[in-house]
Ligand binder design. Structure first.
Ligand SMILES: [Fe+2]
Ligand SMILES: [Fe+2]
Length: 270
């Protein structure tokens, strides 16, 4: 049995089945949080995360160009959207446990681990919510192909904690804040209330993940006496492929500690 936080992270990362991965993830998160509340934190420990997390045999992973596009207003389009979100959530579970285990050589306050454990727990809930919605509609995660490139951000920033924080929570998860209200509208229009409720939960909790990213990015900059804004721009240009796309959800981004001068200059490729 996993004893340290790093071992727990690796156990989640090396579990392939989505429901099983998220069950373990939620159990481990509950164990960490209970120990913290009791004032007796578990050891962080040391364990080597896999370069790629284990994933189920299905869905088939395709190059994004080969994933079929479906009309957003159709039933097939709605299923494809829920399936795509489920895939993103499963990837997010792995990314959050990976950030815990991979950068153990960089000493961080316990609050850093609290935040990513909580985020991993929430992503696990999000994955299960999306699976429940798919199953309610007679489908399931794995029924459709999914994007193969999801782990790329993890690989690209495997040696750079500040790069990881800049690209994963502060760019990719922030993008989720931009697009989720539109998705909620699609399911509301179709009268699919359980999907609306699930996406509203995701939308509310994702603000926190972006905020954790911004908080710990600023913490690391402060510790190194670096000016956060130009460092953020450099790291995103180095590790993120392409320009950021407006429109931005400026209000939620602000709530998450991302000011406009962080992301607007990145809408142009240099
Ligand atoms: Fe999520
Ligand atoms: Fe998230």
């Amino acid at each position: 049995m996993a004893e340290t936080l790093a071992e727990m992270a690796v156990e989640v990362l090396t579990t392939a089945d989505g429901r099983e991965k998220t069950r373990l993830s939620r159990d481990h998160a509950a164990r960490w949080m209970a120990a913290r509340e009791a004032g007796d934190a578990l050891e962080i420990g040391r364990a080597l995360p896999p370069s790629r997390p284990a994933r189920p045999e299905r869905p088939d992973l395709l190059d994004p160009r080969d994933v079929p596009r479906r009309k957003p207003g159709s039933e097939a389009g709605r299923l494809a959207l829920l399936h795509a979100v489920a895939h993103i959530e499963l990837n997010a579970v792995d990314l959050h446990w990976d950030v815990i285990a991979r950068f153990i050589e960089t000493p961080m306050p316990l609050g850093f681990y609290d935040d990513w454990v909580k985020a991993a727990d929430e992503e696990s809930k999000h994955f299960n919510l999306m699976c429940d919605c798919l199953e309610e509609l007679g489908s399931h995660y794995g029924a459709l192909p999914a994007h193969a490139g999801m782990w790329r951000a993890g690989e690209d920033t495997a040696d750079d904690l500040m790069g990881r924080l800049a690209v994963v929570p502060m760019v990719l998860e922030a993008r989720g804040l931009d697009v989720t209200p539109g998705m909620i509208g699609i399911f509301r229009k179709a009268g699919l209330e359980s999907a609306v409720a699930a996406l509203e939960t995701i939308y509310a909790e994702e603000v926190g993940h972006v905020a954790y990213g911004s908080k710990w990015f600023h913490f690391l900059c402060g510790r190194e006496n670096l000016d956060p804004k130009p460092v953020f721009h450099d790291l995103v240009r180095r590790y993120f492929h392409g320009a950021l796309k407006p429109p931005f959800n400026e209000e939620k981004r602000a709530e998450a500690g991302l000011p406009p001068d962080f992301y607007w200059p990145l809408t142009e490729t240099t």
